[in-house]
Design a protein around this ligand. Structure first.
Ligand code: GDP
Ligand code: MG
Length: 441
């Protein structure tokens, strides 16, 4: 008999799929989280469809409940999408490597140029900054200040010559870089507040004049829903190879990252997190995914649960539970201890999608509770522990005296135990997934 039931259990675990209802309920919460992170609606739709598909194929996890499992899938998939095809800068075979920056005005291009030059230096290169934004009066000077701070030379048109030609400046800068032994050229360009055909044409002309090895699209993380239209306009107008997200030090949740990545398929390469030169790093997909989901605590909880879950112990228990009668008070205690090992999770459960109702059950287990249950069980004879049915009124009174609790508490424990035992029998009949039955009252 026990062999057959062990098979039932292992097939339940290996063949079990997440239910559509579980997936739908959690997907709804995720959808709201993504919209709150300012991910564009069509992107949210695509992404959720994709997630649901993956969740439907997923096996039931032993360590996580279905809602947690869907959150984990979403997080994994976000990291995957944000980090898929992450690559380093492509350097030209014959220097200089030309990096061209494109993006709306105020997106942070000029600041980024300074940061990039500092970064390239730290990677052992000799960069040259090029001021090809001749639109804004102070743009050249702004770059010169940044270049000074980053100790990087700036190539700029001579002052006082009227409005210069940014295409000529860009073209000449490459020649200059060759002579002056600069192996990386970073070209800052002009932007407009909105998408504008003249600006786009100028960027395209600079592109054609210098043949960049990398065109980086610079986008403000605070731009939110507009990221999609802006990114698409730059794909159509100039094209780009990689994305840089700026102003991640602001309070935006960064949905723009997912939108831009999803719409353009281009990798996010760098992240900018402040006005200072050192507020800059290569892009970290896991950090970004956590930020977009804004479920840091839940993600930590999931990690803990996966770690705390002891597969061997569970295997041993479920085999035992399979025969119902064998489930003893000692097992009951062990089971509670296993749940307790998940850590201080009850505060987090309220935030879990669909987990509100579980919180009440878990509230019932704290360390004091566990100690008391342990004390009560210790005051029982070995016979009583193995065969709780024999615990009649006078035995309960004796156990209560011995463990220093009221008879009511002993009664409660015995009731909880029988509930758990009943649940174990139902599970043995294949009616459920091994969960947290010890917490049922
Ligand atoms: P550009 O018009 O694209 O060249 O943008 P700028 O580089 O001139 O940046 C516009 C403004 O945003 C400036 O005041 C910068 O100091 C600021 N800025 C740029 N990057 C960041 C960033 O990552 N975080 C913050 N907080 N401000 C930034
Ligand atoms: Mg600028």
């Amino acid at each position: 008999l026990s062999d057959r039931l062990t098979t039932v259990f292992s097939s339940l675990r290996s063949k079990g799929k997440l239910s559509d209802a579980d997936i739908d309920a959690t997907a709804r919460e995720i959808r709201i989280a993504l919209l709150e992170a300012d991910v564009a609606l069509p992107v949210v739709r695509d992404f959720i469809t994709q997630i649901k598909e993956r969740a439907r194929g997923a096996e039931v996890s032993q360590a996580l409940n279905p809602a947690q499992q869907v959150v984990k899938i979403v997080n994994d998939e976000l990291i995957n999408i944000l980090g898929g095809e992450t690559r380093r800068v492509r350097y030209a075979k014959s220097p200089p490597t030309v990096i061209m920056l494109a993006g709306l005005q105020g997106s942070g291009k000029t600041t980024l140029a300074g940061k990039l030059s500092r970064w390239f230096k730290s990677e052992g290169h000799a960069p040259l900054l090029v001021a090809a934004d001749l639109q804004r009066p102070n743009a050249v000077q702004q770059l010169q200040v940044l270049g000074e701070r980053a100790a990087t030379p700036v190539y700029a048109p001579e002052p006082g010559n009227g409005v210069g030609d940014p295409i000529k400046v860009a073209r000449d800068s490459i020649e200059h870089a060759r002579h002056a032994q600069h192996d990386v050229v970073i070209i800052d360009t002009a932007g407009r507040l909105g998408i504008d055909t003249e600006m786009m044409q100028q960027a395209a002309d600079i592109r054609d004049a210098v043949g960049p090895d990398e065109i980086l699209f610079v986008v403000d993380a605070m731009i939110g829903q507009d990221a999609v239209t802006t990114a698409q306009a730059f794909v159509d107008g100039v094209g780009f190879d990689g994305v840089v997200l700026t102003k991640l030090d602001g309070d935006a949740r960064g949905g723009a990252a997912l939108s831009v990545r999803h719409i353009t398929g281009r990798p996010i390469m760098f992240a900018s997190t402040g006005e200072k030169l050192e507020d800059f790093d290569v892009f970290h997909p896991d950090r970004m995914a956590g930020r977009i989901l804004d479920m840091g605590d839940i993600l930590t909880l999931i990690e803990q649960a996966e770690k705390a879950f002891d597969a061997d112990q569970a295997e041993k228990m479920s085999t035992k539970f399979a025969s119902g009668e064998d489930f003893s008070l000692e097992d009951f205690l062990e089971q509670m201890q296993m749940i307790r090992k998940l850590g201080p999770i009850k505060n987090l459960l309220g935030m879990m999608p669909g987990m509100g109702q579980m919180r009440g059950q878990l509230d019932e287990i704290d360390d004091r509770d566990l100690d008391r249950v342990g004390g009560i069980i210790n005051s029982m004879t070995p016979d009583e522990r193995r065969n709780p049915k024999m615990i009649n009124g006078s035995r309960r009174a004796r156990i209560a005296r011995g463990s220093g609790v009221s008879v009511t508490e002993v009664n409660n424990l015995v009731t909880r135990f029988f509930d758990a035992q009943k649940m174990m029998r139902q599970m043995a009949g294949g009616m459920g997934i091994p969960g947290m039955p010890g917490t049922r009252r």
